[in-house]
Design a protein around this ligand. Sequence first.
Ligand code: BV8
Ligand code: ZN
Length: 254
Amino acid sequence: MRLYSSPMKEFAISERLRNLLCRSTRVTVLTGAGVSAESGVPTFRSPDGLWAKFKPEELATFDAFHRNPQLVWEWYNYRRRLMGEVLPNPGHRALAEWEKYFVDFALVTQNVDGLHRQAGSVQVYELHGNIQKNKCVDCGKPGEVPDVFDPENLPCCECGGMLRPDVVWFGELLPESVIEKAWAKTEACELFFSIGTSSVVQPAASLPLVAQRQGAYMVEINPEETPLSGVADEVFRGLSGDILPRITEYFNDE
Ligand code: BV8
Ligand code: ZN
């Protein structure tokens, strides 16, 4: 395992990665909240992260929504407003470039902020859903929710069921078709990047290990140590918005 740390004055990549960037066709990337941090979206588990103020079991579970839908809607509306004000950063834009460069590129994200698509990525597998979408608790149909609504008058579906954010909460299964495709792309890839994730939330955190076990070269990009750092083939200790554009410079660098 090779480690390159920030500040990336003397940025370099291994000969192995340089060759893989020029020769690989099947490349899969997993991103987490860290990729959106430089856009101003707070991450979940860093000291100033979203969870610092709340506990996951308080907000991102169906029980929490059932117990206190007002509080959960308040939190999602706060995050929706925040995500309406932020823009993709150089890390998102670099990954949109990568999709054009590699023949079979898959972008698997845990993020619900939609910033990858906003940056131009097309083939995005949103493991945990999308914060801008809503669905009915009873019939599952999508539904529109006004930006601002009276917490005493929560949004409902035409069938009478309550509407909820269409994201995957703790204890809920990931959308079957999405996780199946993400898993298949992970099992088939030659090169796998795990970027901006604390590698804690399952089943997403298993993907880099599944890739490595089937023979892919597994790279981590994160300013901090994670449970994955010790087993990754190469680690870039820095910010994705800085490192991803630098790695892109090695494309076609025969
Ligand atoms: C499921 C959507 C089957 C909502 C989210 C095994 C043991 C214990 C528990 C479990 C287990 N297996 C399953 C579970 C349960 C649970 C789980 O994993 N719990 C964890 C806490 C242990 N998993 C589930 O419930 C999943 N469902 O498994 O179904 C099942 C069913 C019943 C019972 C068991 C199993 C569903 C998980 C989905 C939860 N939904 N989000 C919403 O967003 O509102 S998770 C939430 O965490 C977000 O999606 C987030 O993306 C995700 C992961 O967090 P990260 O993205 O990694 O963000 P984090 O802040 O943690 O880290 C940011 C990183 O970026 C840091 O490392 C930081 O250093 C770095 N960084 C910061 N700045 C930068 C940077 N990196 C690069 N550049 C920068 N500039
Ligand atoms: Zn309904």
